[in-house]
Ligand binder design. Structure first.
Ligand SMILES: *Cc1c(COP(=O)(O)O)cnc(C)c1O
Length: 470
């Protein structure tokens, strides 16, 4: 299995060659050269596998340059009851007949990003050790991704994390989650400024190619193929938990931002998993919903992105979307590159012709969106009906799932975070706080380890250089 750029540049590369890379040098994203397919006998055998066995099998289709015994060890270390608080790792919770929550948020930071990021921590450590290499991850976060990355990389040999966050602008819970980490390889840098200042600093440091190479600077963003591949696993897990035999179909509803989670569902479907619909849900930032309804893709400028009560979906340009469009243009890099040139010059591209609309429909994608008022209403409704509290992102998915549900087809709503992370919105909806899982009750009282700094690119470079030499 080799990987190529969606824009057609460069030579095909193996999995471990793209593992530590971001974008391809031509600005495209790495995708598998072709999609493997799971045969009927294997699909049958997968039905009774543990999560770790399933992960080894699914990831084995995408990773051919790591011995299978080693891959097996890596997933067994990753997917444990201690880390994910259940043997199922991603347990399926029935709300009623044929209507489910697929719980993806029982990892250390209480959001689905842990499922893939925890694997990334183990496979980075493994690969760096094999190569005798080091990686210094530099990132900017307003909450979710940064904490998932830190909890995945803490204590891992060969890896350090330098995470910039806007000083005193994250929630008390998120701040406590990140800043209470005492691991020597985790550096929390609270920047006097807003999130955009943090992101600009990361971009400025990464733009200095010689500093970047000298200091082994890397990232862990959602375009990393290993993250996508690790997310494919729970689509299989959810499918087997909701069905009795492999001739049944199910649908998944996915609250979407960077298009990483639902794109993993698309890959699961390409592998042959019987998925009927992939229900994409957005909040007020509805660029992707608009695309699936009209065929026109028109990302907003960053000033036009609304700050909503499902903040992890407040995104203008969904970074993984290019991978899906690559399939829509029959994996033709010339056509894909032409679309992105059109996007750059005109601000949009148009795939509204009947032929493209047919392909989009054939890929199973449907969509819808949700507003703040609808989010609150959904949280109330789910609580009244099932005595279950869901978080605002999951609520966006649930709302669109209801619109797209079909009789006799199980609908699985992906739970992307626990409500405890978003207590302000839960209080607004239900008039009370969400319960916290055990171990998180007093997290704000833990000792915090962080440094405050100005939004100064030279200062962050000096800091990194001083903390990477040992
Ligand atoms: C990241 C995130 C999303 C969006 O997932 P994508 O893979 O970016 O589409 C949705 N909900 C929560 C809670 C998240 O953290």
């Amino acid at each position: 299995m080799n990987y190529v750029s969606t824009r057609g540049g460069g030579q095909p590369l193996g999995f471990t060659d793209i593992l530590l890379e971001g974008l391809a040098p031509d600005g495209g994203l790495y995708v598998p050269q072709s999609y493997p397919s799971v045969d009927a006998a294997t699909l049958q055998a997968m039905r009774c596998m543990s999560y770790a066995e399933l992960a080894a099998t699914v990831l084995g289709y995408f990773i051919h340059d790591i011995p299978s015994a080693d891959l097996r060890t890596l997933v067994e270390r990753t997917y444990t009851k201690v880390v994910f608080r259940s043997d199922d790792i991603t347990p399926l919770h029935a709300l009623e007949k044929d209507f489910y929550l697929l719980r993806l948020s029982n990892g250390p930071t209480l959001a689905f990003k842990d499922v893939a990021m925890q694997f990334l921590g183990h496979i980075f450590e493994y690969t760096l050790a094999k190569r005798g290499a080091q990686l210094n991850i530099l990132g900017a976060t307003s909450g979710d991704t940064g904490s998932a990355a830190e909890y995945a990389m803490r204590g891992k040999r060969g890896v350090r994390v330098f995470m910039l966050s806007p000083h005193q602008r994250m929630s008390a819970f998120q701040t406590a989650q990140m800043f209470s980490l005492q691991d020597a390889n985790i550096f929390n840098l609270a920047v006097r400024g807003v999130f955009d200042d943090c992101q600009d600093m990361v971009k400025a440091v990464s733009a200095d190619a010689s500093f970047k190479a000298q200091q082994h600077i890397g990232t862990v963003n959602s375009i990393n193929w290993a993250r996508v591949a690790a997310q494919v696993v729970y689509y299989f897990k959810g499918y087997f938990a909701a069905t009795q035999s492999n001739d049944q179909y199910v649908s998944f509803a996915v609250p979407s931002g960077n298009f990483g989670n639902i794109y993993a569902g698309h890959i699961a479907r390409q592998l042959g998993l019987p998925i009927r619909k992939l229900v994409l849900a957005t909040n007020e930032n509805n660029v992707l919903d608009e695309f699936f309804r009209t065929g026109i893709y028109r990302p907003r400028r960053s000033q036009e992105v609304h700050a909503t009560s499902s903040p992890s979906m407040d995104i203008s340009k969904a970074s993984n979307f290019e991978r899906y469009v690559y399939d829509l243009v029959d994996r033709d890099p010339q056509r894909l590159a032409a679309l992105w040139r059109t996007l750059e010059t005109t601000g949009h591209f148009d795939l509204s012709s009947a032929a493209y609309r047919d392909k989009m429909a054939a890929s199973g994608f449907v969509s819808g969106c949700s507003t703040h008022a609808q989010r609150l209403q959904t949280i109330r409704e789910v609580y009244a009906r099932y005595q279950t509290v869901i978080d605002p992102h999951t609520a966006d998915g649930y709302k669109v799932a209801l619109e797209q549900r079909e009789p006799g087809i199980p609908m699985l709503c992906l739970e992307t975070a626990l409500p405890a992370k978003f207590s302000e919105t839960i209080r607004e909806a239900l008039g009370r706080d969400a319960d916290r899982p055990s171990g998180y009750e007093n997290i704000e009282a833990l000792a915090q380890r962080f440094e405050v700094m100005d939004a100064d690119v030279a200062a962050i470079k000096t800091y990194i250089a001083a903390h990477t030499s040992d």
